[in-house]
Design a protein around this ligand. Structure first.
Ligand SMILES: C[S@@+](CC[C@H](N)C(=O)[O-])C[C@H]1O[C@@H](n2cnc3c(N)ncnc32)[C@H](O)[C@@H]1O
Length: 459
């Protein structure tokens, strides 16, 4: 098995990582088969395996999980189809510790499993929740919902709703869930032992794309978490960008605090401490008996979920920029900000909201673009001409109808003795845009993309 060298490189120095042991275990071909029993169905399963000389060894971090000494044909086992057990990777059953150590499961809870297909963690959650609890088991990809539904049906509880929604749809259920599990789609390095083809699909670029998608999914679903509620995040990737970095991003962007768990030494789970001091739990296949897995949990504080509402991502630079802008604009009640060479005016009263939106959404335009800096001078933007902020000292030249049309067609305009310098072209006293009148010509600054393309009214 040829593991991606860029992956190996990126894991150097992580607690618990040992290159030789990691490579060896991937090449050792020791399949780990594990099942989780359904406590709601009478326990005949272990006996049936024993009858077939298959040993069942308890998985230490879960109450109903067992390693099997060999892999039987599940397809031809009626007990499998009867939903008496689920074939599930052992590491991911650590979810049980995360849930039981972070919430009181003896209370009825509303739980969302956001990325649920094919249903391993949803069936596990069903077994862990007390009567009166609700589990919403969601899968966004339509083709994967049926397998999820079939597994939920097999598990036999009636307090589950299976949904097929995009994460952001859940923001309508504001503050509704006590627990949200995001078992996120990821680059899948933790499953290389089971799925060798995944190695070819792995790339550093995909790790970056996955981590961006994980952030989007989390940001979309978080409004549905109740104050004091618990978010459990997991992946089957070893990459820090999808694990530790996401944990740090969550606690820096949202009013979440990290929850740490008690783990026993003989479980051989590695505690990953992030650069912000958050704790996550990583399963290395050369240490713990299972596949690669990472889990971290968080609790939402009371109050606004967006922690950084007052910690601006962007800083107002009103004082520094005012002298430069003063000749052009009168941005009273606005703060001035600079993004690269562009200078914007943002309404002072909305500064915090603009800043918050900027951090979470893909903004195309905001406030008023006053202009762009070139050689320490401001070149005014069309948006300023269209605003009510143009400074009173700015010259204005009233155009006739035909001149106005010609200006809007972005044609060259003859200088018929107009005052020189930057000024607004107006029609009926309404600003059309900027022009710069030079001794021998007029530069027409009407935006090219807005220009009237037709040359004559009737053609
Ligand atoms: C790691 S798998 C979930 C495994 C499942 N929790 C289990 O234990 O059986 C991730 C799931 O996320 C779903 N997914 C993919 N893209 C998604 C997105 N943009 N938003 C939410 N879920 C997504 C995938 O279809 C997949 O079912």
């Amino acid at each position: 098995m040829q593991l991606p060298s860029a992956l190996i490189q990126s894991l150097q120095g992580l607690p618990g990582f040992n290159e030789q042991q990691f490579v060896d275990i991937h090449n050792a071909d020791i399949p780990v088969t594990s099942i989780r029993l359904n406590p709601a169905k009478p326990e005949v399963v272990l006996q049936s395996f024993n009858d077939r000389d298959i040993n069942c060894m308890p998985i230490p971090w879960t109450s109903n999980g067992y390693y099997l000494s060999e892999r039987p044909s599940f397809t031809f086992d009626p007990l499998f189809h009867a939903g008496t057990y689920y074939v599930q990777e052992a590491s991911s059953m650590f979810l049980e510790q995360a849930l039981q150590q972070s919430v009181d499961v003896s209370n009825p809870l509303r739980v969302l499993d956001l990325c649920a297909a094919p249903g391993g963690k949803s069936t596990h959650l069903q077994s862990l929740l007390s009567p009166g609890s609700l589990l919403v088991s969601n899968e966004v990809i339509r083709q994967r919902v049926n397998i999820l539904k079939d597994n939920i049906v097999k598990w036999g509880s009636s307090s589950v709703v299976v949904t097929n929604n995009d994460p952001k749809d859940f923001s309508k259920l504001k503050g509704y869930f006590d627990v949200i599990l995001v078992d996120a789609p990821c680059s899948g390095s933790g499953l290389f032992r089971r799925d060798e083809e995944a190695i070819d699909e792995w790339s550093e670029n995909n790790v970056v794309l996955c981590s961006q998608r994980q952030q989007r999914i989390l940001a979309d679903v978080l409004p549905a978490l109740k104050e004091g509620g618990v978010l459990i995040y997991s992946t089957c990737s070893y990459s820090q960008q999808e694990d530790e970095d996401i944990a740090d991003w969550l606690t820096s962007e949202f009013a979440l605090s990290n929850i740490s768990f008690k783990i026993q030494d003989d479980w051989h789970i590695t505690e990953a401490v992030t650069s912000s001091g958050n704790r996550g739990y990583r399963f290395w296949p050369h240490l713990a008996k299972g596949e690669g897995f990472f889990l971290a949990a968080f609790q939402l504080h009371e109050g606004d979920i967006y922690k950084n509402k007052n910690r601006h991502a962007i800083k107002a630079a009103t004082k520094q920029l005012s002298p430069l802008v003063a000749a052009w604009a009168n941005p009273d009640n606005n703060e001035l900000i600079q993004v690269n060479d562009k200078i914007y005016a943002w309404p002072a009263a909305l500064f915090g909201d603009f800043d918050l939106i900027l951090q979470h959404l893909r903004i195309i335009y905001s406030g008023t673009l006053l202009g762009e800096l070139a050689h320490k001078k401001l070149i005014p933007d069309h948006a300023l001409a269209m605003s009510r902020m143009v400074g009173e000292a700015i010259g204005r030249t009233e155009l006739q109808l035909s001149e106005s049309i010609s200006y809007l067609q972005k044609n060259t305009i003859e200088n018929t003795g107009w005052t020189s310098g930057w000024q607004l072209a107006t029609y009926n006293n309404h600003a059309l845009g900027w022009m710069n009148v030079l001794p021998n010509r007029i530069n027409n600054y009407y935006p090219k993309e807005l220009r009237i393309l037709k040359q004559k009214i009737n053609n």
